[in-house]
Design a binder for this molecule. Sequence first.
Ligand SMILES: [Zn+2]
Length: 100
Amino acid sequence: MDSDSSESETQSSRLGTPPRKQRKRHYDQKYSKLWEKDKEFCGWLQESTKGEGYFYCKSCRCDLKCASGRFILNKHANSLKHEACVKGDFLFHGFMLSLV
Ligand SMILES: [Zn+2]
C-alpha cells in the first residue's frame, strides 16, 4: 500500500500576466448606396429601414446586418437561401403576394 503523502498544496503561481485583451476592431460598416450599383447586388439590395448598419434583401424580404460590408453581401448573395429566394421570387411572385 502506498500512502501518498499529500503534497502540501503549493500555491501554484497563478498565471502572472492577465490575458491581454484582444482589441476587437469592430467597425460597423454602414450601408453604402454604391453597393446597389454592383451587378452582384443590384436587383435585390436595398436600404434597410432598420438603420444604417443594415441592408435589406428584396428577394429574401429580410433585413441583415452589413457588419463587414461587401463580404457579407457577397456571402448572402451566394447563400442557398438567397438563391432560393431569388428563384422563388421569380416563380412564386404571385403566390407570395397572395400569402401576405
Ligand atoms: Zn437575399
